[in-house]
Design a protein around this ligand. Sequence first.
Ligand code: PMT
Length: 223
Amino acid sequence: MPNQDLVGQHILITAGPTREEIDPVRYITNYSSGKMGYALAEMAKKRGALVTLITGPCQIPIPKVDEVVSVLSTEEMLHAVMSRYEQQDVVIKAAAVSDYRPTDRAVQKIKKQKEGSMELSLTKNPDILWELGKTKNDQILVGFAAETENLIENATSKMNRKNLDLMVANDLMQPGAGFHCDTNQVMLLYPNGQSKSLKLEEKKKIADGILDEIAYLLKEKKA
Ligand code: PMT
């Protein structure tokens, strides 16, 4: 029987990529499979939490949790998250969110030009985690950062800018870490400058390690 240290805690987890349509047959997205976010949802449920999973389009089985909301675009994810934010004790943003979307989604399939290049105009998407950090009440906010360089510096800057309580930093250059694989290796960063590394393990084990930190933060908040 897993540790029941999250009983009664409302935890919202986002997972997978978002998808931004260019026209009826094309879109912009990224390589997120949803494995990390789904592992967090499954393990949080096993530890007794009331779990809401907000998921972008993924091809893996959805874990059995209390509520599952499927979304496509960043705007849809923003509305799904914000409308449930007030009831949450913890929000974990494992999703890989598109920072930009096509400025105009074409109604018809865009035809190939006879010659020359083609330009696509992009508009900045809202930053969901920044919005959460801005309007945070008592919630514990956990972000993820996936970086190819300057891991700690970039992840720390995102943690501070988005007013997070914990940042999970993925080094995409490490074999077996980050997008798509079944394993991960992460650094946990705190606003007070403390850090902890979780060695290469199955994503479910990494999820448990992250949830240990969250359980500790919840306990500290209550004390
Ligand atoms: O899904 P898997 O294949 O298992 O892969 C796992 C993962 C690598 C996708 C995941 O562990 C991870 O690192 N997710 C974050 C990816 C990322 O690059 O995030 P970011 O650095 O662009 O954003 C930082 C944080 O802000 C993230 O928590 C993100 O959810 C959030 N964000 C970003 C942009 C935006 N417009 N809104 C957001 O909320």
